[in-house]
Design a protein around this ligand. Structure first.
Ligand code: HPA
Length: 266
């Protein structure tokens, strides 16, 4: 049976919501990853804190390839990640959850593929649906049962960070169609696509983006809102895991079949 992974973003560091937890480290061709293994309602789960357990890794220095390769090696088939986001859409208010369905990539310095030519080959992964529609539908249904404010669909612009944006940048991103802004979903979602795993992200709106909010933005404010959302978030994750069948196959698991599929090299 497949394993379900939770990648915890800003404000989500605590794997103790799961049972039988055990910490582990795995070597990957890209560096080591630390993870926590556990279970919930008989399902195997893995938790990875994207920024490290004490928020010590900034967005542009996260080892995205090690995390995704490691999860694949650990048997993960479905990933539910979390991202704290600023909102550019007045309907997406602080405290709301958004199931991102598209991204705009404004990152600058990140390696965003496992396939670097040579023996790795060259792969052009299709990202028409970068975020698994089936996982999104499941999360949405659970959020509705729990009466949580959720929007299924929204375009996330990924910035390089670690600084927040200028109001001029936010104005431009809004004109380009962005609803939310964050610093970590790319290349994570792209690497998960290449590794043929079903991937979704629950974006939690912590603030209106720079210039939309007239107040200067602080990381503290982001953490405070995440803290307020944490118990709803935990209920949503647990309900989703309970209703998710990790043996379920979908298109995400065959995304690069035309290139021979994804194989774990050592
Ligand atoms: N910008 C970028 N990343 C963020 C924001 C923001 O306004 N809020 C939470 N993460």
């Amino acid at each position: 049976m497949g394993v379900i992974a939770v990648i915890g973003g800003t404000g989500v560091y605590d794997p103790s919501i799961f049972e039988n937890i055990k910490e582990g480290t795995l070597q990957t061709p890209y560096g080591d990853i630390n993870y926590t293994k556990g279970s919930y309602k008989g399902k195997n789960v893995i938790f990875v804190a994207r920024h490290g357990s004490h928020h010590s890794i900034p967005p542009h220095l996260i080892n995205y390839r090690a995390n995704i390769w490691g999860l694949k090696k650990l048997g993960v088939t479905h990933i539910i990640s979390t991202t704290a986001v600023g909102s550019l859409n007045l309907n997406f208010k602080p405290g709301h959850f958004v199931l991102t369905d598209q991204f705009l990539d404004f990152t600058k310095s990140r390696v965003s593929t496992f396939f670097e030519g040579g023996k790795d080959g060259v792969v052009h992964v299709d990202v028409t649906n970068p975020y698994c529609p089936e996982l999104r539908a499941l999360i949405e249904a659970n959020a509705k049962k729990l009466n949580l404010p959720i929007h299924n669909g929204g375009t996330y612009v990924c910035t390089e960070g670690p600084r927040f944006e200028t109001p001029a940048e936010i104005k431009m991103y809004k004109q380009l169609g962005a609803d939310t802004v964050g610093m970590t979903n790319v290349p994570e979602v792209v690497l998960a696509a290449e590794a043929e795993m079903a991937y979704s992200t629950i974006s939690m709106v912590t603030n209106f983006a720079a210039g939309i909010s007239k107040e200067p933005l602080t990381h503290q404010e982001v953490l405070e809102v995440m803290d307020q959302l944490s118990s709803s978030f935990k209920s949503l994750i647990l309900a989703t895991i309970e209703s998710l069948d990790p043996s379920q196959d979908c298109e995400c698991h065959h995304r690069i079949a035309g290139f021979g599929g994804f194989h774990l090299a050592d």
